[in-house]
Every structure is written in structure tokens, then in C-alpha cells.
Design a protein around this ligand. Structure first.
Ligand code: GMT
Length: 377
């Protein structure tokens, strides 16, 4: 029997949507699918050779007449070329803008019956979807895809409301590779970072964009630090990084906050952490929460978007109101001072990862979407 051929387009640089697209590709490849990435760069999580994963780079023409290089058109052209030559069955695009629109354009250019699956990840709807200069295009991409999936129920509802689309969309939650994200002993790292044994370790991982509200993490940590010995690990980089450094200095927290910048092996840092904070004002899922839970780390998140679909309040962590740093600190202190409760939360988080977000279960859901579409052809 011929292998099913899946084309995948995603943002290949750091970011949750690219991580999910690449992890899905790797697991599908392990199951015997033939995967063709059509992206501007090799996805950053593709660290070794996988014999049935191919990479097709989108090449750009820097012609002086163009005021702006037409990346979207080059992508559509490359998609059409690869679909035609490789006889791709399914083109799975992650992030609607511009990937879904390019996929539809590519399909129009050729005569091969490829099916388009679009996965919505969040900011493609919650930020770009409200921009009048893009809204019609995003709606078009969603309506004309053969199947649309979104990473949380909240994102489906937001997409329907914001873009006024009626079509059916499947919720397929995010997942982590449990071989990488698991409980392990990395206590030597604590010593190497100069963190004392009785210090509680709080971690925040993000791209430091405004929606992540990193200053709320710092303010919450200040209150926690006043009552408990603690260190804060800040992982990632982005536009609010400088502002965050300034706030840390202003609040006199310099000795207790470790700025670690972008890191690849986040699971090792999670293994020395006692609590994960994600205090965003927009978050369609919060993949970092799942990564933390898979490493046995309880989480505090905000009551927005898909976060309450990931954290179960009072069971695997706490859900707090956006900006309520006193409430956040008080929940954190309660948990960090009660070892029995901490262990119960950690254990329930691990159980939740296994019952709701297991990679095998989630990959099967995507396979079912592909199978349904192929059956229709
Ligand atoms: O904003 C980010 O954190 C990056 C963005 C992306 O496109 O990678 O993340 C979105 O997709 C992730 C994977 O599905 C989700 O876990 C994030 O919640 C989502 N970000 C937002 O909704 C802000």
C-alpha cells in the first residue's frame, strides 16, 4: 500500500505552533507517513535525520521592483510545486495567516486533488483575526479549508464570534513528547545556578510579548519572595525583555531572578522547578503549561482563553484573574508551603497529561481527520 503523504507548513522558528507541527510530523513519520515540510527554514525542533521527512525550502526573489518581497506568493508557488511533484494527499497548515490562504491558492494552481487541513493556534485569530486589514482573508482561509482544527474549545468559540464563521471546527488539544517531557532528577542544575536547597523555584517561559504580561510575573514573585525563600527563572526573550529587567531592578529582586534567555532543553529547567506561572491576557492553550505538568510541576494560569481547559483549578494548579498579582502570590505561597498539597497537585497534573493530552491519543485524532478526508476523495 502507498504511504499517505502529508505536506506541512508552519512557522519554523521558536513558537508553540511550530513546535506542535514538528512534533506531530515526527510522530507521524514514526508511524510510516511520508512528511514534506514546506517552510522558509528547517523547523527548529527537527534536530536529526528522519528518513521519511523531507524539507522543501521556500525561496524568495529579491527583485528590485518589489517594494516588499512577496513571501506569501512564493510559499503558494512552492506548495503547488511540491503537491504536484510529490502527489501530496493532505496539506496540513499550522496558523491561518497566511498559510491557509497560500494553501488554497496553491490548490487552485494545480490539478491534483489535495485536501487542506488548517490548525488554528491562537494569535492567528485572537490578534490578527480582529485586524480589519486581514479579517476577510483569514475568514476565507478558514471557510475554504477542507477541515479546520483548533487547539482549544475556547479558540473555536472565539473564531466563530470574531470572524462570524459557522463552519464546524474540531478541537484537537496540544500534546508533548512524553519521552522528552517527564519527571527526572536534574538537582545538580540547582547547585550550578547557585540555588539553595530550601529555595522554591518558580519558572516563567514565554516569548516576552505584551500578551504574556511578564510584569505580572515579577510583581507576583515580589510578594512571594517577601514571605518565602524563592528564585524566579525567566526563560525566553522578546519585546518586553528590557522592561522586565528594569522592573526586576526597580523592585530590588536582582539577586533572586535568573534571566536565562532562550533555552532549548526546557524540560531540564522544569525538573528543578516547583511552580510554573503563565499570567497571559490572551492564550489559546498554553503549551508551556502542559510541558510543566508533564514534568510534574503544578501551574498557576489566568482565567482566559484555553488556560482553564489545561489547568484544573484546585487540582493541578490554580486559575487566577488577569492582573490580580496578590491572588496569584497567595495561591503560590499556599501551595509552596504545603508539601502534601504540592505532591497531590503534581501527581494529578501528571495523570491529567496522561488522560487528556497523551501524544498517542492526539496524533490519532489528527490521523482520523486525514482518514476522513481521504475517504471522501
Ligand atoms: O504567542 C505564542 O505564544 C506563540 C503562538 C504560536 O503561534 O506559536 O502560540 C499559540 O499557539 C500555541 C500552540 O498551539 C498555544 O499553546 C499558545 O497558547 C498560542 N498563543 C496564544 O494564544 C497567545
Amino acid at each position: 500500500m502507498e504511504r499517505t503523504k502529508i505536506g506541512i507548513t508552519c512557522y519554523p522558528t521558536v513558537g508553540g505552533s511550530g513546535v506542535i507541527a514538528t512534533e506531530l510530523a515526527k510522530l507521524l513519520a514514526e508511524k510510516g507517513y511520508e512528511i514534506h515540510f514546506i517552510t522558509s527554514n528547517i523547523p527548529f525542533r527537527l534536530k536529526r535525520i528522519y528518513p521519511n521527512i523531507y524539507y522543501h525550502e521556500v525561496e524568495m526573489t529579491h527583485y528590485p521592483v518589489f517594494q516588499y518581497p512577496p513571501y506569501d506568493l512564493a510559499l503558494a508557488n512552492k506548495m503547488a510545486e511540491v503537491i504536484n511533484r510529490e502527489k501530496i494527499d493532505i496539506l496540513h497548515v499550522h496558523y491561518a495567516m497566511p498559510h491557509a490562504i497560500c494553501a488554497i491558492l496553491a490548490k487552485e494552481m494545480i490539478h491534483h486533488d489535495v485536501k487542506i487541513v488548517t490548525t488554528l493556534h491562537g494569535t492567528d485569530i485572537t490578534v490578527l483575526g480582529v485586524d480589519p486589514s486581514l479579517q476577510n482573508m483569514i475568514r476565507f482561509g478558514i471557510e475554504r479549508s477542507n477541515r479546520v482544527t483548533a487547539v482549544s474549545r475556547s479558540l473555536v468559540n472565539q473564531t466563530k464570534e470574531m470572524l462570524n464563521v459557522e463552519r464546524e471546527m474540531d478541537v484537537i488539544y496540544n500534546f508533548v513528547d512524553e519521552r522528552e517531557y517527564r519527571e527526572r532528577d536534574e538537582s545538580h542544575l540547582k547547585e550550578e545556578y547557585g540555588i539553595e536547597d530550601d529555595d522554591k523555584v518558580i519558572i516563567h517561559i514565554s516569548n516576552f510579548r505584551q500578551v504574556k504580561r511578564v510584569p505580572d510575573v515579577i510583581k507576583s514573585f515580589k510578594t512571594i519572595r517577601e514571605k518565602s525563600k524563592a528564585k524566579l527563572l525567566l526563560v525566553g526573550d522578546g519585546p518586553d525583555y528590557y522592561k522586565t529587567c528594569q522592573l526586576v531592578n526597580e523592585l530590588g529582586l536582582r539577586d533572586d531572578v535568573l534571566f536565562l534567555g532562550k533555552q532549548e532543553n526546557v524540560s531540564e529547567l522544569l525538573s528543578i522547578s516547583d511552580l510554573k506561572l503563565l499570567l497571559s491576557e490572551k492564550e489559546s492553550f498554553g503549551l508551556v503549561l502542559l510541558e510543566a505538568m508533564a514534568c510534574g510541576v503544578p501551574c498557576i494560569g489566568t482565567n482566559i482563553g484555553g488556560i482553564p481547559e489545561v489547568i484544573v483549578h484546585e487540582e493541578t494548579g490554580y486559575i487566577c484573574e488577569v492582573g490580580d498579582t496578590e491572588q496569584i502570590a497567595s495561591h503560590a505561597l499556599r501551595l509552596l508551603s504545603d508539601q502534601d498539597k504540592w505532591e497531590e497537585f503534581s501527581h494529578k497534573g501528571l495523570e491529567r497529561v496522561r488522560s487528556e493530552f497523551l501524544s498517542e491519543t492526539i496524533v490519532k485524532q489528527y490521523e482520523q481527520v486525514y482518514a476522513d478526508l481521504l475517504e471522501e476523495s
